[in-house]
Design a protein around this ligand. Structure first.
Ligand code: MCN
Ligand code: CUM
Length: 791
């Protein structure tokens, strides 16, 4: 249990933002109402693939409350029918030629109220000519598969990209020489971030000033502004993006959706503010999905369990438009971190991206650009190897984990892991779990079953060990749409010693208003209660790429520490003028500069702040006031890691899985606010249980989306989650100013493999080596049918 205080720096303090959230005073996009505001609604395609023959909007336009009906033809006139995606593809804002997935945007109605807008959708008459749909990623590559993107000149197949990483020859050699090779097809199925608050925007174009203000629950306000400026040709300084409170993002709110663009066009056309909020089904059906990676993994090892190499081949289903969010150089995100936490000789992967008639995107839901898929694959493969070698999966991991003295570690696919002590984390997790006792309990249970005295549930123990790569990213390697991934920070200490920090990243519930104040507090000795954190408004904050890929602490957290240190340096000069000594004679203790050897002679940061704004004479060339700005370009990513152990009880009669225990040891370097870190881990573990056991966006062969409501798309609740058992180790990042690594997605990345490995461990007596997520009761039951209990 964490103790909660108000520290003058790092420590578990309560979240400053909770004062408004727990009183129901949060301010979300849908809470914003502007004078004269109109409401937009999107007409969506019922077909996954169809040619549009005609669209008749006359009846809708005649609706007394309708102010405008916008179609692809309207947008074509404005050259806005297509927009660029974050992966240099194009996406239809409103369909003109064809619809390419069920739920695609076809028309946009602007009306006086929400209900009229929705009613008017029914009055639009669209004639479709249905085409065969492709929903299977492998089938999409068949030469005779229907071509989805025939809008692209000369496109005669559904292929998007081929990408590879690692040393193929060296890897092939390692495999040729290996004593044992195991291979396994592993699917990471399509899931959805499903934040509590769906996506939405209000666009307000002021014809007089030419200023476009967009309230939008975006995770990346500055990047959105620049993209609007580039695409719509609007001057960037005349665009203001305001991101108010956000009810969860999880990657779902990184991209620019057609609804946003339509709201902007709606406002320009009507001269009024236009609000567009999608409903739950629209969110699940049309905004960015995640995963959909069809992977084949191979692992080469010696008979006594030394892993030599990993080889992977992936077909990546990107849906109808390649809207994946990731740095330009990495079309498969950071998937090549798939070598995981192990000391390998060689590794190689190739990834082929394909179009299918499914919703576009490929966001890295709670995952630094495909790290989740990578971790799941390698952790599943290690268990498959343990299965074939008849060894204990914990011992196999211990044998192969990177050792502390190998850091900084150059991975076979080109990463430099900054720091780690992996065996210590795994040992701690095993200790908390009581691993040996659990295995003994399981052995006794299996012996009973083998003796024909079984019954009830089967216990499974699953382990996963993960390394993440978060904090994108170094400008020389990483950009999104040409925008480098550095972030700015501005800090101003007022005359009375209170401060305001302006940052470019965007909280969606991660507690930035608290933790960033704590960083300044730690550096300057000002109470976090006296530091206001401003974010989510492009007119008020410095440029930066926003919050995703757990990059805020690695990038903006670093910027915050750097800017606070700049202020501290200025304070030193001011203090030296106040004390009439040389700055070199001053020493810092939290909140105060004092004369070395004479600690009574000193000035507090509050005194210095006032003096900095006073008539005090400062040395030649030193500006007054106490403020600073910075732009932080990270030298490397940070590499948090963790060891997870899951204990499940599986009922072989029904296939029902109960998660009995879950132990998570995370190492995210220095923890700014351990309570918030634990909260982040709790959320991610629940995500992992959900994906492992119940979440799936499925399609029928015609491309009908079968997971378009929370009746079908099951999310975990506290009923499905055990009481999490957390542990921590702290291995600071050597290159980060405060030694912190990101943590916001760690648990989502690391936990699915632990749950799946646990379920398959329970099924081991049936000889089941692998089964794909989600391990619903039906899937588990199916896996053990026809597989006799091995006694
Ligand atoms: N933190 C800390 N010490 C560390 C690392 C982090 O105290 N060593 C704190 C940070 O200061 C911050 C929080 O933990 O308050 C998360 O920090 P970080 O790991 O930097 O992640 P981001 O702030 O960049 O958040 C993004 C991450 C992502 S990408 C997803 S997806 C996700 C996640 O955060 N979405 C979330 N956690 C979420 N939590 C909530 N409530 N809602 C979401 O949408
Ligand atoms: Cu990877 S989902 Mo988060 O990056 O917003």
């Amino acid at each position: 249990m964490t103790t909660v205080e108000t520290p003058m720096g790092y420590g578990s303090m309560r979240r400053k933002e909770d004062a408004r959230f727990i009183r129901g005073r949060g301010n979300y996009v849908d809470d914003v109402t502007l004078p004269g505001m109109l409401y937009g609604a999107v007409l969506r395609s019922p077909f996954a693939h169809a040619r549009i023959v005609s669209i008749d909007t006359k009846a809708a336009e005649a609706h007394p409350k309708v102010r405008a009906v916008i179609t692809g033809a309207t947008l074509e006139g404005l050259k806005l029918a297509w927009m660029p995606t974050l992966s240099y593809d194009t996406q239809a804002v409103l369909a003109t030629d064809k619809v390419r997935f069920q739920g695609q945007e076809v028309a946009f109605v602007v009306a006086e109220d929400r209900y009229a807008a929705r009613d008017a959708l029914e009055l639009i008459d669209v004639e479709y000519d249905p085409l065969p749909a492709v929903v299977d990623a492998r089938r999409a590559l068949d030469p005779d598969a229907p071509v989805i993107r025939d809008d692209k000149e000369g496109k005669s197949n559904n292929h998007i990209f081929d990408w590879s990483s690692g040393d193929k020859e060296k890897t092939d050699r390692a495999f040729a020489e290996a004593e044992i090779v195991v291979a396994q097809d592993v699917l990471y199925p399509r899931v959805h971030p499903a934040p509590l608050e769906t996506c939405g925007a209000i666009a307000d174009f002021d014809k007089v000033t030419g200023k476009l203000t967009i309230w939008c629950n975006t995770q990346a306000p500055h990047a959105h502004r620049t993209v609007y400026a580039m695409v719509a040709g609007l001057p960037e300084h005349k665009i203001r993006i305001i991101s108010p409170d956000i009810g969860g993002g999880f990657g779902n709110k990184v991209g620019i959706y057609p609804g946003y663009v339509c709201a902007v066009v709606g406002s320009i056309v009507t001269g009024k503010p236009v609000k567009w909020m999608e409903d739950r089904s629209e969110n699940l059906m049309s905004t960015s999905f995640a995963r959909d990676y069809h992977m084949r993994g191979e692992i080469a090892a010696t008979r006594d369990g030394k892993i030599k190499a990993v080889r992977v081949s992936v077909i990546a289903d990107h849906g109808a438009f390649n809207g994946t969010a990731q740095p330009t150089k990495f079309p498969a995100g950071f998937f090549h971190v798939f070598t995981g936490s192990y000391d390998l000789e060689a590794a190689y992967c190739d990834v082929t991206g394909v179009y299918t008639n499914k919703a576009p995107g490929g966001v890295a839901y709670a995952c630094s650009f495909r790290v989740t898929e990578a971790v799941y694959l390698v952790e599943r493969m290690v268990d498959v190897l343990a299965y074939e070698l008849h060894t204990d999966p914990a011992a196999l991991r211990m044998r192969n984990l990177l050792r502390p003295e190998q850091f900084p570690y150059a991975s076979p696919t080109g990463w430099e892991y900054d720091s780690g002590d992996y065996p210590r984390a795994l040992a701690l997790a095993m200790d908390i779990a009581g691993y040996d006792d659990l295995r003994a309990e399981q052995a006794a249970q299996r012996a009973r079953w083998a003796a024909g005295e079984g019954g009830g549930t089967l216990t499974g123990i699953g382990i996963s060990f993960f390394t993440e790569a978060v904090g994108a990213g170094p400008r020389k390697h990483m950009d999104i749409l040409g925008l480098g991934m550095a972030d700015g920070a501005e800090l101003r200490v007022h005359p009375t010693g209170k401060a305001v920090l302006r940052i470019s990243v965007q909280s969606q519930g991660q507690g930035h208003e608290t933790t960033y104040a704590q960083i300044v507090a730690e550096e300057l000795g000002i109470s976090p209660d006296d530091i206001e954190v401003v974010h989510g408004d492009t007119d008020q904050t410095p440029f930066g790429l926003g919050t995703y890929g757990s990059r805020s602490t690695p990038v903006s957290g670093a910027a915050t520490a750097v800017v606070a240190r700049k202020v501290r340096d200025r304070a030193r000069i001011v203090a030296s003028a106040m004390l009439e000594v040389s700055p070199d004679d001053l020493e810092w203790e939290k909140g105060r500069w004092f004369v070395r050897g004479d600690p009574d002679q000193g000035r507090t940061i509050t005194e210095i702040a006032l003096a900095a704004h006073s008539s005090l004479e400062l040395p030649e060339g030193v500006e007054g006031h106490l403020d600073a700005t910075t732009v932080y370009n990270p030298p490397n990513l940070t590499f948090p890691f963790g060891a997870y152990i899951c204990v499940v009880d599986v009922d072989p009669g029904t296939g029902q899985v109960k998660v009995r225990r879950f132990i998570a040891v995370d190492d995210c370097g220095v923890r700014i606010n351990p309570m918030i870190v634990e909260g982040q881990v709790h959320g991610g573990l629940a995500d992992g249980v959900g994906m492992a056991l119940m979440e799936l966006i499925a399609f029928d062969p015609d491309g009908n989306c079968l997971g378009a409501s929370f009746m079908d798309y099951l999310l975990p609740t506290s009923m499905e989650c055990p009481s999490w058992e957390l542990g921590a180790t702290v291995t600071p990042s050597p290159h980060h100013p405060i030694g912190a690594k990101g943590v916001g997605e760690s648990a989502t990345v690391g936990s699915p493999a632990a749950v799946v490995n646990a379920v398959l461990d329970a099924l081991k007596p049936y000889g089941v080596r692998h089964a794909d997520m989600p391990l619903t009761p039906a899937a588990v039951w199916r896996a053990i049918q026809g597989a006799p209990l091995r006694t």
